[in-house]
Design a protein. Structure first.
Length: 810
């Protein structure tokens, strides 16, 4: 019976709450919008957290999928890739995995269907789909039988490639695609979230000891862990295997090493996980500001409802019953805010995902408003209803409930000191929390400006970049690859608008191959790696890299693949500080190993060039070698005049003249490459922090404006009395605005203290000091100025009151 009575009371409270909120549409709209903005930001960020951090992969029992990680305790990095023979050894000898798979990403040339295209191919062992545990959307996946010597050549398509290239046509099943000159039958289409290593096409491969597979040198290893395997047992099981592999190939592993497991979730960059959690904390602060704002609105309205509450109490309603009624109204506001917030979050998610820097989240991540996110939003709504509704409800019921009835006889309904203190405290909290958000945004803005101001040592504006990946089946050795580029580069140089054309294995400032170096005749051995570039003689000129000492190697030296090298200033500083480097020999021992196998990896230094930024925001030691030594360069950098698109078309035409089946990919200006690869991460952090801080500032200012306006309304008679006793308009203006200024100053001081503590969490994400005085001063002044502006109109209205009318005000 009590359950039915409770339900009946709850329905009564709901109906009454709807009527009360409908009678005050302005208050209701402001409260719902304020809360909706907070819930929007919280829901949107939780959607990203859920899709990227908590549940990024669609694979079966994803927490049991582990890579074998070998790392150097001295901090020189770790690896999860192995040669095919090493993979076979680990697969055969381990006792901790139910199954082990290998995959390797490589360029796949698709020809025979119009313009040649480069696809992102994933060569996978035949048990890959079984271990990952995701069934195909259409057809079948790769089976073990596909690895038989006489099995027909097959492939499986990724969903995005299928949609992009074939428009989702199911009739593509059974169609033959010519991939790397092999006709393969499409046997399956994988579902949308199956993006194992972001491939367009999956090709089965079988490894045999001692036998090389075309296009495959190293593979990424992943295993499904058996139940109950601990980290200690895994290390004990894998250590003797790695010891044997190191004994066979000592150069493949560090001198000091450890082996362990790396979960699949840990294989993507950790930086994005950290900044997402920081942003999630930021929206938590924004939600608190929204709650404080709505709580202030409820306190403001409570004065006008004191008589109503007193009447209900006089008619027999207990304090608990009244608190439940007021909390029910808060719950209705929270639910309406949740509906608005989820709708806004759904609309804003696409914009957030569009800003996520490429390559920082798993390809499989699905960021959507799904059931877990909706449940989270409902939970947040219930929590916010308590946060912003409990204090006003308790306050309304802790006053003497008879007093408002006595005041009805003619006394004015005053605000009460406790309510004033509580409202002032809520506004101070809003200002303080807003300053914490603004400080974070200020540091992120400063970080982006610092990065944009970096002098890379070259001008990216007129540089056009593109990749010309030569397929191994057409160009199997360095001789043929070199011949292709030696014929292509003069053709490109003759294209109208081309001022210079450079070739490299990668491009500045995105790093390149890192190899340990030795200086001949040096007693000290600095094994720290240097960045190795394999370039043509024109490359420094194309980028505008200044020659400081000696000379650049010549075109003839490049054609003859002579062992000459040019180094940068940082290389000289680190490896040759006290001697003239010209004429000295440097050695790159790693070039003696596969796939290069140089008999003598010694190079004579012939020149020193100016430092340029590469692989981050610090100058690194760099070595430039003729690209013909290994024949591995395929990135073209063109210094161009005029329309970049026209130059790109002309370059493509020259490539197709030499080889009609050779694709040209990744055609972009270097300025765009920098924007996407270097600045996008800082911009992502800055934009989101700024949006959240802007919302927090707006809510705090609305709260302050509402408080000052309510204060003026409540103190109308007092203001009239002051003016009647001789106070001027300026005195009244200063009195009202002064209260706002005092609250702002208190909030800013508290906010600065909180910001100093909060920014420690952001230390790894910013390029300036955690206590950057410019950022903190700027956001403090901004908040104070905007807050004072919010106080201006209420103060002006108070200063213009007619004293006689004010004294007669009820």
């Amino acid at each position: 019976m009590k359950k039915f009575l409770w339900a009946d009371h709850f329905l009564q409270d709901l109906r009454y709450g709807f009527r009360i909120l409908a009678k005050t549409p302005g208050f209701t709209l402001l409260a719902v919008v304020s809360l909706g903005l907070g819930i929007m930001a919280t829901t949107a960020m939780y959607s990203v957290i859920h899709g990227v951090v908590l549940n990024p992969f669609p694979y079966r029992d994803v927490d049991t999928l582990m890579s074998v990680k070998v790392w150097d305790p001295g901090g020189r990095g770790w690896r999860t890739y192995y040669s095919t023979d090493q993979f076979l050894e680990i697969e055969a000898r381990n006792s901790i995995f139910e199954g082990v798979i290998a995959s390797t990403i490589s360029d796949v040339l698709w020809t025979g269907d119009g313009e040649p295209r480069r696809l992102r191919g994933n060569h996978v062992t035949t048990n890959t789909f079984q271990i990952l545990g995701v069934p195909p959307l259409l057809g079948r996946s790769v089976a073990r039988d596909d690895g038989a010597p006489d099995a027909p050549a097959v492939c499986v398509l990724g969903y995005r490639f299928w949609q992009r290239q074939f428009g989702g046509d199911p009739n593509v099943l059974g169609r033959e695609l010519r991939l790397n000159d092999v006709r393969r039958t499409v046997v399956g289409i994988m579902p949308p979230r199956f993006m194992w290593r972001g491939a367009d096409v999956y090709i089965p491969v079988v490894f045999q000891r001692g036998k090389a597979v075309e296009g495959v040198r190293y593979v990424h290893l992943l295993g499904r862990l058996k139940p109950g395997v601990t980290e200690a047992r895994a290390e004990a099981d894998l250590r003797p295997i790695i010891e044997e592999l190191k004994r066979r190939e000592p150069s493949e592993f560090p001198d000091r090493w450890r082996v362990g497991l790396l979960s699949l979730k840990e294989t993507f960059p950790s930086g994005i996980r950290e900044i997402l959690w920081i942003l999630f904390g930021a929206v938590g602060l924004l939600l608190l500001i929204a709650c404080a704002n709505v709580s202030n609105l409820l306190l403001s309205r409570s004065a006008s409802r004191q008589r109503e509450i007193a009447v209900r109490a006089a008619l027999g309603a207990g304090r608990g019953r009244i608190v439940r009624q007021l909390l029910t109204e808060s719950l209705l506001i929270a639910l309406a805010g949740a509906v608005l917030g989820v709708a806004l979050a759904h609309a804003g998610l696409r914009a957030i995902i569009a800003m996520v820097p490429p390559g920082t989240i798993p390809d499989e991540s699905e960021v959507v408003i799904n059931l877990p996110v909706l449940l989270f939003s409902v939970g947040v709504s219930a929590l916010t209803a308590l946060l912003f509704g409990l204090a006003p409800a308790l306050y309304a019921c802790t006053r003497d409930l008879v007093q408002p009835l006595e005041e009805a006889a003619g006394a004015s309904v005053g605000g009460g000191a406790r309510r004033t203190i509580l409202r002032d405290g809520l506004v101070v909290a809003e200002v303080a929390l807003s300053l914490v958000l603004l400080a974070g945004a200020g540091l992120m803005i400063r970080t982006l400006f610092v990065q944009l101001a970096v002098d890379f040592g070259f001008q990216p504006g007129r540089l056009l970049t593109m990749r010309i990946p030569l397929p191994e089946q057409h160009y199997p050795d360095a001789l043929r690859r070199n011949a292709f580029f030696q014929e292509l580069l003069p053709r490109i140089a003759a294209v109208p608008g081309v001022m210079s054309a450079g070739l490299n294995t990668w491009m500045h400032p995105l790093g390149n191959w890192r190899l340990p170096v030795e200086m001949a005749g040096s007693a000290e051995k600095d094994t720290r790696p240097v960045i190795m570039h394999q370039v043509n003689a024109e490359y420094p000129r194309a980028l505008g890299i200044q020659l400081l000492h000696g000379r650049m190697f010549t075109d003839q030296e490049v054609v003859r693949a002579e062992r000459v090298a040019v180094v940068n200033q940082m290389f000289v500083k680190r490896h040759n500080p006290d001697r003239d480097p010209i004429g000295r020999l440097l050695r790159l021992p790693r070039l003696q190993e596969p796939p290069f196998r140089l008999p003598d990896p010694s190079f004579q230094i012939v020149g020193v060039v100016k430092d340029v930024i590469n692989a981050g925001d610090q100058v690194e030691p760099e070595v430039y070698l003729p690209y013909t030594v290994t024949g591995r360069a395929d990135y073209l950098i063109v210094l161009a005049q005029g329309d970049p698109a026209a130059v790109a078309r002309a370059v493509r035409a020259q490539v197709y003249t030499l080889d009609p089946n050779q694709p040209v990919t990744n055609v972009k200006t270097l300025e765009r490459v920098l924007d996407e690869e270097v600045f996008s991460y800082a911009r992502f952090k800055m934009v989101l922090f700024s949006v959240f801080a802007g919302l927090g500032l707006a809510l705090a200012v609305i709260g302050l404006h509402g408080l000052i306006s309510h204060t003026v309304a409540q103190q109308t008679q007092e203001i009239g009395l002051r003016m009647a006793l001789g106070a001027g308009s300026g005195d009244i203006f200063r009195m009202v605005a002064g209260k706002g200024a005092r609250l702002l100053m208190i909030g800013i001081v508290i906010g600065l203290t909180g910001s100093f503590a909060a920014t420690r969490v952001m230390a790894a994400e910013i390029a300036v000091s955690q206590l950057d005085p410019v950022s903190f001063a700027a956001v403090s002044l901004l908040l104070f100025a905007v807050g004072l502006a919010a106080c201006f109109w209420p103060a002006r209205r108070a200063a213009r009151l007619d004293p006689m009318r004010a004294l007669r005000e009820e």
